[in-house]
Design a protein around this ligand. Structure first.
Ligand code: SF4
Ligand code: SF4
Length: 617
């Protein structure tokens, strides 16, 4: 039965048109911006199966949202599922006003559907109230600054539910039902244009963002050619970058886990995404204005350790590392980044082929002293020393210990006579020229010796060789020494477990390579393993990555000190490391945690010690 008068119907049609026009104008603008952005250099839709899985798991099931923040996550998931449940009800609501209802509430299907929607309405109302209280009363600092639009949106969603529920008892034809119908309609038509104008645009874009992600954790896309300087101006936004920054929901999960932000640095990964969005809104994709300096600070981008915690946490598939490295590239390639330590590092890499600037003869002397065999093609493995393993005193001790383990397992190995830095610090600091020179020189050395299987004590070397070198058309088989030792676990002695070891997951081994159990298994052969409060995927960075170990950390608390304290506070006898950079960062930091700090050992040193102790027995 029609219940709206003709003037009411006319008003409804005018409001509907106004709402749709405001909605679609902004959405069209965003879509135009995405289309006007540069294409992705190496984007591939395959494997489609992985994309469909990520979409189902992260979008439809809201698994990532719930996994990282269970209570607010489930509340958010109910709101999201509620939108789905309400789609039919909403269409029917408007159609009823226009005189064409299609969902009869007293029919068999209608009853079921109304109760289904009723249940969701209750859950959404409770959830949105909880999320409102959290954002505006509890106010975790990650959600700062408070956005009034969030309050308006929450109020509108609550109003939509609060007006829907009583309509079961007050149909539209009653006076109360009529008033409720209009309040519901106005809330709905006010909500619609707010979606593309606010962070709620993620409702429309994030399914695409997640489905179209670059794939591969923290993948750095290649430059498009000699004229590509990185993410310098509006013209350098790629389609994915534009899509991603418009998808940010401002939840602050990235910032909550960022080691730089947690230790008082200027860097805030949420503000990287939002800074790029502000740039797009103010300057657009055709602008020649440099991004750094306009909406993002240079200091902030060079405080990133590339730990990947932000990217791991982001519920809408935003990939921060390609953005941060892209911005660094622009600063390095245009010469705007003037940093004494950075300049020295690049010179060391160019002239000496190692990050510390040692003469290569130092490496030769170490190889001779340790009697490490030179790889000649006859051995099973090529042991990659890396800068730390070749020149750093503690890194050398790790190499020596791992050599003992390899010999104990009966594995033959040799080291390259000519090996340079993999290019990791240059790559992460945005100097692709130096990275390319180092990678090509190393690839030539490997090709010359015929080395096919590599093993390294350094997760940064593993990552760079296995992933970043692909840009030069090679696919090198390399594994981390934790993987090697875990595969030979049956050959490692089981000794008493009197000592406890707290294991620090290196970012480049855990989040980047998904290796968590192997180092723990190695330690567990001779000691009891303890996890610090932030472990495995949520491990807190040591502060070394992204080339930062070679720069100076000047602002706030030192990242390595914060992490060393957390590790020492577990009361473990030993801090177990699986990366020479983590090792070097904790070396001094542990000393500052107490007068009796825990011992610091690499997992190879723990394994070698148990081999030695067994030999003595
Ligand atoms: S990669 Fe790590 S240090 Fe860099 S912004 Fe993300 S969380 Fe912060
Ligand atoms: S970038 Fe991702 S994690 Fe960070 S605030 Fe935006 S949506 Fe949240």
């Amino acid at each position: 039965m029609p219940f709206l008068s003709i003037p009411e119907k006319v008003s409804l049609i005018i409001l509907l048109i106004a709402s749709f026009v405001l909605f679609s104008r902004r959405l069209q603008h965003v879509i135009k911006q995405i289309r006007a952005s540069k294409p992705e250099v190496d984007f591939q839709l395959n494997p489609i199966g992985r994309r469909l899985w990520d979409f189902s798991w992260e979008v439809l099931c809201q698994a990532k949202v719930i996994r990282e923040r269970p209570l607010p996550g489930i509340a958010h998931a109910f709101v999201f599922w509620g939108f789905g449940a309400f789609a039919l009800v909403t269409l029917n609501h408007v159609a009823t006003g226009l005189g064409f209802p299609f969902l009869e509430r007293h029919s068999y299907f209608g009853r079921i559907y109304w109760w289904f929607a009723f249940t969701f309405a209750t859950l959404v109302a409770v959830s949105i109230t909880g999320l409102f209280i959290r954002r505006f009363i509890v106010r975790p600092k990650w959600l700062e600054p408070l956005s009034p639009e969030s309050g308006v949106i929450a109020a509108l969603i609550f109003l939509l539910m609060a007006t829907y529920i009583p309509m079961w008892w007050f149909p539209e034809v009653t006076t109360t039902g009529h008033v409720l119908w209009w309040i519901h309609t106005i809330a709905l038509l006010a909500f619609l244009p707010l979606i593309p104008h606010t962070k709620h645009l993620h409702l429309l874009l994030s399914p695409a963002t997640i489905f179209l992600s670059r794939g591969g954790f923290s993948k750095i896309p290649p430059l498009a050619g000699d004229e590509d300087f990185g993410l310098d101006t509006g013209k350098d936004f790629t389609k994915l970058t534009t899509l991603q920054v418009h998808s940010c929901v401002e939840c602050g999960r990235c910032t909550e886990h960022c080691p730089a932000n947690n230790t008082g640095k200027e860097l805030n990964p949420k503000q990287i995404a939002l800074g790029l969005r502000t740039y797009l809104n103010e300057y657009g994709t055709a602008s020649d204005t440099p991004i750094v300096g306009a909406t993002i600070s240079q200091t902030a981008i060079f405080q990133c350790t590339t730990c990947g915690a932000c990217e791991y946490q982001c519920p809408v598939g935003i990939e921060h590392l390609p953005m941060i490295i892209g911005l660094r590239r622009s600063e390095v390639n245009t010469g705007r980044w003037e940093d004494e330590h950075g300049t020295k590092l690049f010179l060391n890499l160019e002239r000496q082929g190692n990050a510390m600037g040692f003469s290569v003869t130092e490496r030769d002397k170490f190889i001779a002293k340790q009697e490490l065999p030179i790889f000649d093609g006859s051995q099973e493995y090529c042991l990659w020393l890396g800068c730390m393993g070749a020149y750093d005193p503690r890194g050398r001790e790790i190499i020596s210990a791992f050599g003992e383990v390899m010999r104990h397992t009966g594995t033959t190995f040799g080291v390259l006579k000519k090996e340079k830095c993999t290019g990791d610090p240059a790559r992460r600091l945005g100097n692709d020229l130096v990275f390319g020179q180092l990678a090509e020189s190393n690839i030539a050395a490997l090709t010359q010796t015929g080395a096919k299987r590599l093993v390294s004590i350094c997760p940064h070397c593993v990552r760079t060789i296995a992933e970043d070198w692909k840009e030069f058309g090679v696919q090198v088989e390399i594994e981390h020494h934790s993987e090697f030792m875990a595969r030979h676990l049956h050959l490692l002695p089981s000794t008493g477990k009197e000592k406890s070891v707290v294991f620090h997951d290196p970012c480049y081994l855990g989040r980047y390579r998904d290796i968590y159990d192997q180092p723990r298994d190695v330690i567990a052969k001779s000691a009891s393993v303890i996890d610090p409060p932030r472990a495995r995927e949520r491990s807190f960075c040591c502060g070394a990555g992204g080339g930062l170990v070679f720069l100076s950390e000047e602002t706030g608390e030192r990242v390595n000190h914060a992490r060393a304290k957390e590790l020492a506070d577990t009361g473990a006898d030993i801090v177990g490391a699986a990366c020479p950079f983590c090792n070097s960062m904790f070396r001094d930091a542990l000393g500052s945690t107490s007068t009796n700090p825990p011992e610091l050992l690499d997992i190879a040193q723990i394994a070698a010690a148990s081999i030695r102790s067994q030999a003595v027995k």
